[in-house]
Design a protein around this ligand. Structure first.
Ligand SMILES: Nc1ncnc2c1ncn2[C@@H]1O[C@H](COP(=O)(O)OP(=O)(O)OP(=O)(O)O)[C@@H](O)[C@H]1O
Length: 250
């Protein structure tokens, strides 16, 4: 894939945290306009990789390009949306006030702010709770309010760290529908982490990680075919077993 087609491009990407190398020389590309899933067990480095992509991670070496620019550049701030694992809403402000605050931080002009806030409230279907205080929201509502913050300013790249964790199946389905609409209708690129393998089939592409490395990349169908398995969970287990065998032989 050439650079223009990749929303994220990494060569030899390494990150050291707490004295240990937690990303160990990653090479990968995330195609523009795709819904790409980042899957792997707890502690394999998904959050660290996402933090590196949005420019929030120290001690990153190697090449990491985001939307054709070096990761972390100030000019990327308005082109990225990042949802962290912990909800980012202020509990003593209403949902609408939270969004208006973040819209102001993003530099969305006063005249456009109301429309921008209304649009993301619609996206996450939270209009009915727009005037509720953050502290009175349910866990799922708070997660959607955080997602609405990440959607402000119609970012070209959305980096979403476990956006559906703890949500009921109906809500999960509607968020996955939203993610696909954002890619199909707005051309956005979505990189979405999960350790729930049953969400893998909702992605157009997958990156499977293990212990700071990318084990495999491809569509769910390609990965099942490559490993001769019927499910992504089995494909992942096969890839892990092959990887362990290679480690033992080395
Ligand atoms: N602040 C930190 N200081 C030192 N090491 C850290 C820090 N945060 C994470 N790590 C280590 O970096 C490695 C990767 O962690 P990371 O949070 O990126 O994994 P993850 O795949 O996102 O896990 P999870 O699915 O549980 O969120 C882990 O071994 C973890 O212990």
């Amino acid at each position: 894939m050439n650079d223009a087609k990749a929303a994220v491009l990494a060569h030899g990407l390494r990150v050291v945290r707490g004295g240990a190398e937690v990303l160990k020389g990653l090479d990968f590309a995330v195609p523009r306009g795709s819904v790409t899933g980042l899957l792997g067990p707890s502690g394999c480095g998904k959050t660290t990789l996402m933090r590196a992509i949005v420019g929030a991670q120290a001690r990153v070496t190697g090449t990491l390009e985001v939307l054709g620019r070096p990761a972390g550049g100030a000019e990327l701030r308005h082109r990225l949306g990042y949802l962290t694992q912990s909800p980012s809403v202020y509990l003593d402000l209403t949902v609408r006030q939270n969004l208006a605050y973040y819209a102001a931080v993003l530099g969305i002009g006063r005249a456009d702010r109301r429309a921008a806030v209304g649009a993301v409230l619609d996206d996450v279907d939270l209009g009915s709770h727009a005037d509720a205080l953050g502290g009175t929201l349910s866990g799922g509502q708070r997660a959607r309010a955080s997602l609405a913050v990440a959607l402000l300013g119609t970012p070209e790249l959305l980096v979403l760290d476990e956006p559906t964790v703890g949500l009921d199946p109906v809500l999960r389905r509607s968020l996955w529908d939203l993610f696909h609409r954002l890619a199909a209708e707005r051309g956005a690129t979505l990189l979405i982490s999960s350790h729930v393998m049953d969400e893998a089939d909702r992605c157009q592409r997958l990156m499977l990680m293990r212990t700071g490395r990318v084990l495999a990349e491809g569509s769910p169908a390609e990965l099942r075919e490559r490993t001769g398995t019927d499910t992504i969970e089995d494909a992942f287990l096969r890839l892990v077993a092959d990887d362990q065998r290679r480690e033992e032989e080395a």
